[in-house]
Write a protein that binds this ligand. Structure first.
Ligand SMILES: Cc1ncc(COP(=O)(O)O)c(C=O)c1O
Length: 384
């Protein structure tokens, strides 16, 4: 059976080799410490699971959901943005629910990008920006993020002719894979650029609640003028450790959201209402659970960052996300480095180049294993 050209044209899956190698090593009985995936090992709180159980007893949740999300969910999302991020959005026209933010990110491109339109995509970056643009027939312009600039974009380096052809720009802070954060000034510059060149800003805020200390990551929607040009994607996957529940929302410019909603109406039927109701309750009274989760990641970050640095890794300083982004000490390419790490220490990590050419020379460690396993990983690295 032949695949459609659009799927065949996607670049080869860079992690396939590593996945195979992981399976082979596992079959031989190796005890692999998997620091390669962004899927939290932590469990959601009992209270949140209880909210879901309660919601399942409500009759109306078993019918088709509302396309843009139920009113309780949108109201709670609007209040959440106000209390946690000082952003004002109207729950009826400036918020829509999503079946996970990946779904919204993929679909917003289909709603606005015509074949040949340019989408400005950070490199390294979350692969869906690239894949969905390519599937939709758009042209990706890779916006380099580099160490010298703290993995924050230099908008002045984007050529004028690219900006004229561009329809959309993706930003993602706190950033996957680099864990970098941005200042308000970066968002202000992005908004100015978007107004000048008529661009849609899609800010992916999947990790906005995952941080430790006083440097709280900011929402682009808290910046005056953002709603003229921007939408922001908030995910609960990492915030409440519920990746499998598939729930998120997009908020911001109402016309952009209308376009996304139209795309979704044609392709999906909305998020499960019981999940929306449970997460609406969590948004109202479970912010304290985020502190529990963040404390665990902070402890893990401290342990593993110190271990890596002792062995010559230069880890990007950050108190956000659950990733450690490090330069590879001996200048090896990132795929080779990860293969060796798997073979010699049974530790799985993600090669930076898997997030785009801009990630070459770096490796991403995901802190989604217990402190005991991280101590064990540190011991194995010490023996390399
Ligand atoms: C940067 C970024 N954005 C979006 C997502 C998608 O999250 P979800 O679809 O679970 O909301 C992820 C998941 O890993 C991510 O890393």
């Amino acid at each position: 059976m032949e695949l459609a050209k659009r799927l065949k044209d996607l670049p080869p899956y860079l992690f396939a080799d590593l996945d195979n190698q992981k399976k082979i090593i596992q079959k031989k009985g190796a005890d692999i410490i998997d620091l390669s995936i962004g899927d939290p090992d932590l469990e959601p709180s009992d209270k949140l699971v209880g909210y879901l159980k309660e919601a399942l007893n409500k009759k109306q949740v078993h019918r088709y959901p509302d396309y843009i999300g139920c009113k309780d969910f949108r109201d709670a999302a609007s209040a959440w943005l106000k209390t946690r991020h000082n952003a004002d959005v109207d729950p009826d026209s400036e918020v829509i629910s999503l079946i996970g933010s990946k779904e919204g990110i993929a679909h917003i491109i289909w709603a606005f990008v015509n074949p040949g339109d340019v989408v400005i995509v950070p490199s390294p970056g979350y692969p869906v920006y690239f894949q969905s643009t390519t599937l939709a027939g758009g042209t990706v312009y890779s916006l380099p993020l580099n160490k010298k600039q703290g993995f924050v974009p230099d908008f002045t380096a984007i050529p004028e002719d690219v900006l004229k052809k561009a329809k959309m720009i993706f930003l993602n802070y706190p950033n996957n894979p680099t864990s970098a954060c941005v200042t308000k000034e970066c968002f202000e510059k992005a908004i100015e650029l978007a107004k000048k060149y008529d661009l849609i800003i899609c800010h992916d805020a999947a990790y906005i609640e995952i941080y430790d200390g006083n440097d709280k990551p900011i929402s682009i929607l808290s910046i005056p003028g953002a709603k003229d040009v921007a939408v922001e994607f908030h995910s609960f996957s990492k915030t409440f450790s519920i990746c499998g529940w598939r729930i998120a929302f997009a908020a911001g410019n109402k016309d952009i959201l209308k376009g996304l909603a139209k795309m979704k109406q044609n392709l999906d039927s909305g998020a499960f209402r019981a999940v929306e109701l449970a997460v609406a309750s969590a948004m109202t009274d479970l912010s304290c659970d985020i502190e529990r989760i963040n404390k665990i990641y902070a402890e893990r970050r401290k342990i593993f960052k110190a271990a890596l640095e002792t062995h010559g890794f230069k880890v990007l300083p950050s108190n956000a996300t659950f990733y450690l982004w490090s330069e590879i000490p001996n200048g090896e390419n990132s795929v080779q480095f990860c293969k060796n790490l798997l073979e010699k220490a049974a530790i799985a990590a993600t090669p930076g180049v898997g997030f785009g050419a801009g990630g070459e020379g770096f490796v991403r460690f995901s802190l989604t294993s217990s402190t005991e396993r991280l101590h064990e990983a540190a011991k194995r690295i010490a023996k390399l």
